[in-house]
Write a protein that binds this ligand. Structure first.
Ligand code: GLA
Length: 473
């Protein structure tokens, strides 16, 4: 196997999933009335697993071998499904709440995006190999579900104005069908401008045609990236009003609404606060492109803390793709990651605390064990997927370390103690400084109880590393 990324494991090496079933991934899911439900129960444990919904609504069916739930609701409402997963070692049960209404993405979407891995060289074959790895390496069992093609799929418009994929995507519908047959979801990319950031055709003045093409491919997700709309249209018009900013995103919102399928709308305009909700966005990009460098990773959290109140289930502040595993696809070729293992733990922990959408963007088919384990820790992922949807707040910010606190739905708190220094340091945190109650402390990366700490907690944090804990009564 080709190795990308650091070989050495740090002190934070997560334990491998056990034999007994464990149900993972989101516990709340939004679907619109009359839209097909696309949901696969994520569960680990020794295979084969048997999936069951004990109180299956009559509108739904569940495949006992794959855990895929399908069907359609005709009316708005809330359905609490009791899920059971069994194997020869035992069973797990968990509730999944389905909200049939108008809000999608009730927890941050999780999946893979092609950009950092492949840039413009993305192809059908590469996307399929990555999706196959998501299945083979068990990432789907931890809740990773979207397979999203970024810039680089577009060919030219034909005589009817329909944008066709380029020669690297000989059968887009076939690819989509295969992705869906695996219980995964399929995403596409475009720009509201005449061209995308790569200079390929964008959707400007072809919004309805493009939406119809994507409807034909059964897409579940659209990343809509400002790119040339800014310099070709917006800047030339000289109108900087909110209405002018919203216009291109509303032009695509309308045809998306007409598609009888749920499509998560991820907008990148870098200026969306506070109007993202008004254009029906589910994700809104706040910062520029992430790089596998210490500075953007260590500083992006403090840059976006002030936007915390704009985030809620169904509308997530998007801190951009995860830069773990191979990187540099934007330069045309994937290469080993420049972040140390500790910096990658830092990155994954911060993104989880911030409740930002989690998109892996490395060549997963070539990922090493370190990368896979980093992306497979269910207790860390649960922090990100917590249904309350609160982003962590920066409670202590010194040049040496930061402490972030995320309130969770069950009344507990997740706390990240991040070391900004190049050397080990001991950090002592007083719970009163974080305005939380002390109690039992669990190390989430190691999945280990550390004991009871009523007033304060001291931890040794590795250089550029993190201690990620959960505190409960
Ligand atoms: C911009 C976006 C990236 C990626 C590229 C594609 O740079 O910020 O995430 O989508 O465009 O060209």
């Amino acid at each position: 196997m080709k190795l990308f990324g650091p070989k050495a494991q740090t002190i934070s090496s997560p334990p491998a999933p056990g034999k007994i079933p464990r149900i993972n991934g989101t516990t709340v899911f939004g679907v619109r009335p009359n839209s097909p439900l696309v949901f696969k129960i994520a569960a680990t444990g020794e295979k084969p697993l048997e999936y069951k919904v004990l109180n299956l609504p009559q509108e739904l069916a569940v495949d006992s071998k794959t855990g895929m739930i399908s069907g359609k609701f005709s009316k708005e409402g809330i359905h609490i499904l009791k899920i059971r997963v069994t194997n020869k070692s035992g069973k797990a049960e968990k509730e999944l709440t389905i909200h049939v209404g108008q809000t999608l993405a009730l927890t941050p979407p999780m999946g893979w995006n092609s950009w950092n891995a492949f840039g413009e060289s993305v192809s059908q074959e590469k996307v399929k190999a990555v999706a196959q790895t998501m299945i083979d390496k068990g990432l789907v069992d931890h809740g990773w579900s979207y397979v999203n093609i970024d810039d680089g799929w577009q060919g030219a418009r034909n005589a009817k104005g329909i944008l066709e994929p380029n020669e690297k995507f000989p059968d887009m519908k076939g690819l989509s069908d295969w992705i869906h047959s695996q219980g995964l979801k399929f995403g596409i990319y475009s720009s509201p401008g005449p061209t995308t950031c790569l200079g390929l055709p964008g959707s400007w003045q072809y919004e309805e045609k493009d939406a119809a093409t994507w409807a034909g491919w059964d897409i579940d997700y659209l990343k809509y990236d400002l790119c040339s709309y800014k310099w070709d249209i917006f800047d030339k018009a000289g109108d900087t009003s909110q209405t002018a900013w919203m216009k291109p995103f509303l032009s695509m919102r309308k045809p998306l609404d007409a598609i009888p399928r749920d499509i998560v709308y991820s907008i990148c305009s870098y200026n969306t606060i506070p109007w993202a909700a008004k254009v029906g966005a589910n994700l809104t990009r706040l910062l520029g492109d992430n790089r596998d460098e210490w500075m953007p990773i260590s500083t992006s959290g403090s840059k976006i803390d002030k936007y915390w109140a704009h985030q809620r289930p169904g509308l997530w502040n998007d801190e951009d793709l995860l830069v773990v595993g191979s990187s540099g696809g934007w330069e045309g070729k994937a290469r080993p990651n420049h972040l140390t293992p500790d910096e990658q733990y830092f990155h994954m922990s911060l993104w989880s605390l911030l409740a930002t959408p989690l998109f892996i963007s490395c060549d997963l088919a070539a990922a090493d064990d370190f990368t896979i384990s980093l992306l497979s820790n269910d207790e860390v992922i649960e922090v990100n997927q917590d249904p309350l949807g609160q982003p962590a707040r920066l409670k202590i910010n010194t040049p040496e370390y930061q402490v972030w606190v995320k309130e969770l739905e069950d009344g507990t708190n997740a706390v990240g103690i991040f070391n900004l220094k190049n050397e080990h340091q001991n950090v002592t945190v007083k719970w009163s400084d974080l305005s939380i109650n002390g109690g039992k402390v669990r190390d989430l990366w190691r999945q280990k109880n550390l004991g009871k700490f009523t007033t304060e907690f001291t931890t040794e944090v590795t250089p550029h590393g993190v201690t990620l804990i959960k505190i409960s009564r």
